[in-house]
Design a protein around this ligand. Sequence first.
Ligand code: GLU
Length: 514
Amino acid sequence: MAQSDVRVRFAPSPTGPLHMGGVRTALFNFLFARKHGGTFVLRIEDTDQTRYVEGAEQYIRDSLKWCGLEFDEGVKEGGAYGPYRQSERRDLYRQFAEKMVKEGTAYYAFDTSQELDAMRERLKEQKSDIQQYNAVTRGEMKNSLSLSEEEIQQRIESGKPYVIRFKMPEEQHIVVNDRIRGEVEVNTNQLDDKVLFKSDGLPTYHLANVVDDHEMKISHVIRGEEWLPSLPLHFLLYEALGWKEGMPEFAHLPLILKPDGKGKLSKRDGQRKGFPVFPMQWTDPETQETFPGYKESGYLPEAFINILAFLGWNPGTEQELYTIDELIESFDLDKVGKAGSKFDPEKAKWFNHQHLMQKSDSQLAELFIPVLQKKGINAGHEYVKEVCSLVKERVYLIHEIWDQSYFFFQPPEAYDAKMVKKKWKEQTPELMKELKDRLGTLENFEAAAIKQTVKDLTQQKEVGMGQVMLPFRITLVGTGMGPDVTKIAEMIGRDETLRRMEYAIEHLQRLAQR
Ligand code: GLU
């Protein structure tokens, strides 16, 4: 239960998948709520029906769940301030829009799109700097400020479509404080008479957002920088609705930039540079185009969260690795910077590696077993656990465990030709045959005993360790990589070791001579 008045919301529009910037916004809200014993609300802002995308809301909820960001109130969770989907609150917005018209802070506008185009054309011809619906132009347009009472009534009764616009005050100097940006100043002459309520019976983002933040008793609005230009309008709406007193505090989070720092990170950057931009895989329902996700790319949710936390926030210490609980403990809105934050995909992998290393071998096995099962390999938990302990140092993403360990589960599918050419010499088949025979009768087929066998052989034949160890490794692994080869032999067992050796002795000579 919340112990404080802190109430924050994450308010996505279901117009597509949530990109990592959106998850970062959700995360910062979550951390702020948990840190202050507050309430974290999920509100779905679906008033723009033209941009509605099938499946997007579900995707958003699934992604946040994968990240471990749980809501206290929301569409599924319920709560005292619902409904939490804006399309289910339309009467409320109409009520407030009408109230504003009555009080003179908003007005009906009947202009058709042709009339609006004509206005812009006229202003362009007149070389006017600002071509918008505002105090200068509204008198010439068809609205409840310019038309007579009768004309207005007649239009409304005849069912002519109309919108409700905000009556932007003239020549006012507005100063709004933002927790991250400081003071944001604007002269109202720069702003237009924004549409608050549309002819389809739904509010625009601005009205719905302000009404809901007020009605849901939101104390802090933490959102992306792209909403900063809307801040003065929102301030004026709070004022017009008589809610200036209890207005929430605002904090606009800095942009996430492309790896080269040139511009905002976009969904296409991931495809171009080969890193995910979305939390989970997303398939566009219209084009069927699929975008990769962090989840499917082998990231741990706790690493993903850690990566996101550092996009804009900096604790000002040396510590970089944080669990979610540590993030809650350390998070401070005042340590969020103004400057855009460059996304570094290599650093992201490093974070994942670090979080993987903090897992127990048993936990790693749990993560890796599904990867094996997809390949039709059923290996026991204990065996997989041991494999994980042997290769984890070299792994950045979960599926890379396979690249580092396939030879524990199956013979090599191919042999590294370069390596074979270099290391498979004239006398190698003889040495391998001899080694194979000795291993065949070895009493304890264990790493130490296998190593001793190799040693004895090299001494008797007066060859270097490498002349036996490396070809031996090639026979089992196919390349020069992997953990201690005697350990590999022990793990796969005597039969499998001998089988792989025999196959290699038969086939590698040809490869070596090519
Ligand atoms: N619906 C807006 C969005 O999609 C919410 C912006 C806000 O948080 O005020 O980002």
